[in-house]
Design a protein around this ligand. Structure first.
Ligand code: APR
Length: 249
């Protein structure tokens, strides 16, 4: 099975005949929505120092961290829209084929595209939490021009409700993702390098439990050569559109 057409047909068959399809997404699925990925030549970590998302650094240097966090995640995020990659997954859920999306992304685009069951392994950027009293704010409630943003109740430092390096994964998302990976008979990996623990264990668990792995990525990842059964080398939006054409025919 060499060319992309044959592989699309094979992948579409696997998806249509699956009993428990699960999708696992990374930053790559949002690149066609205008949100840069983290790694790679144009990646965010080639422009910014990842330590701004290190919990200890953030607590010691809140203003320095927040200036970069605002630029990366808030100046643009609110204006990004889902692309055919996100819409394809929400359609597969609507058709009763896709059981859930496990995402490493914090951009909320799966939900905006209509996906209902989304396990956010790294949390979500739409909420800020007070590091002192725990009060939660949606983004429109906070003036992000005031840096670093403070709690209106106790003046404590506000932190985005997504996971920083050094922070533990939300237990409910972790357990739900593990359970889904164990049940999956077909598992689609879209747009992830597979660099970050423990998220990168989820596809491994699916494979260990017998799932067939489909991967969509324009370039090989840490999964491609040892985990992936069908590698669809292309952009998420383009490939998902081709898959949906076959599946909905
Ligand atoms: N369609 C699909 N995949 C794409 C596209 C595209 N249009 N463009 C790029 N990619 C792929 C890249 O080839 C790469 O494999 O998306 C992947 C992006 O990799 P990363 O930037 O490492 O993103 P991800 O794997 O999600 O990172 C995991 O790292 O910094 C942390 O918390 C952050 O959730 C993130 C985690």
């Amino acid at each position: 099975m060499k060319n992309i057409q044959e592989k699309i047909i094979a992948a579409a068959d696997l998806i249509s005949n699956s009993n428990y399809l699960v999708a696992f997404t990374g930053a790559g699925i949002s690149v066609e929505s205008g949100i840069p990925s983290f790694r790679g030549t144009e990646g965010l970590w080639s422009k910014y120092n990842p330590e701004v998302l290190d919990l200890n650094f953030f607590n010691k240097n809140p203003k320095e961290s927040w200036v970069v966090i605002k630029e990366i995640f808030y100046d643009f995020f609110g204006k990004a829209n889902p692309n055919p990659g996100h819409f394809g997954l929400s359609r597969l859920e609507e058709l009763g084929i896709l059981k859930c999306v496990i995402t490493q992304n914090i951009d909320n685009l799966h939900q905006v595209a209509g996906s209902k069951v989304v396990h956010e392994f790294h949390g979500n950027s739409q909420v800020l939490v007070c590091t002192d009293c725990g009060k939660r704010y949606t983004i429109p409630e906070v003036d992000l021009e005031q840096q670093p943003p403070e709690c209106m109740e106790c003046s404590g430092l506000l932190k985005p409700d997504f996971i920083f390096f050094g922070e533990s994964i939300p237990m409910d998302a972790y357990q739900a993702s593990l359970a889904a990976a164990e049940k999956a008979d077909v598992f689609i990996i879209i747009g992830s390098t597979g660099e970050v623990m423990p998220a990168n264990q989820i596809p491994e668990i699916a494979k260990q439990n017998g799932a067939k792995i489909i991967e969509i990525n324009p370039s090989p990842s840490n999964y491609t050569h040892h985990l992936t059964d069908i590698f669809l080398d292309g952009k998420a939006g383009d490939v998902m559109a081709l898959l949906m054409e076959k599946i909905e025919k």
